[in-house]
Design a protein around this ligand. Sequence first.
Ligand SMILES: O=C(O)CCC(=O)C(=O)O
Length: 301
Amino acid sequence: MKTSLVQGYESPLPVRGNEPSDKAKARHHSSRDLTNLDARVNDLSSKRNLRPPWVKPACYAALAITGLGAMALLGISLFPSPSPPPTSSTISTVYGDIEMQTLSAKPRIYRLPNFLSNEECDHLIELAKDRLTPSMVVNNDDQNGNAISSPVRTSNGYFLQEKDRDNKVSKIEELIAAVTGMPIENGESLHVLQYPLKGEYRPHHDYFDANSPGGAASLSRGGQRVATVIMYLNTPPQGGETSFPNTKTSIKVTATKGDAVFFYNVLPSGQEDPLTLHAGNPVLEGEKWIATKWIRERRFS
Ligand SMILES: O=C(O)CCC(=O)C(=O)O
């Protein structure tokens, strides 16, 4: 057993300059010296320490350079740079230019600063504030697509009616059509929502699940919800951001009066895009008001 220990030590990994001499090899095969094997191992170990002092630092340096090279190849940085500023484009409308900032290309999410004026925000709140009822969600188990209340969504809402469609509302609908490129008739009625303190809309998708009875029933009224526009009608002092937890940088849009966020719920192919998972974060102070427009793939009826 002692012999194999020594062979394994000497022969597969000889240290340069420390190869055993012929004399040592002869000693190695001599049964007389087998009793001195421990001493020889110690001897060889001490010879290993004779390697030049620069070898160890040089090895570490080589390892570090190799590691940094691999990180560069994989696109990993030791000093992550802040996210690049969003690219911005301008949409010209009869009402003036609208700035559209790209927050994400996949999924397609855009921020529209100053999309509504203060008066337009206040007007939408005024139309809804005395008619609010607790918000509901699609009941996937219901053949008729009826909605149910759920702890997932703790807000109060009102769908604008035909009688509410005045000049201001019509203008907002036209602006939405201009930025989304979708006809007004594909839009569901504007939905004005009020979140009380702690109110939220937990992570969810806006597209319907075609495989559920409730989702299929909802799809029969104009097809999929292909895009969503959320307009902030006030600025909650704290909380209430719209967040997209599945995006690369976990996008969070601050609720700021007059701004809007707009995203496509489907890929350009029409396939539902699971990365559009989004939430209305809990309101931590005050209340939050928004107006949401869901846009279908066909005329909404
Ligand atoms: O309140 C929000 O910020 C999100 C609203 C939302 O997700 C929706 O209306 O579909």
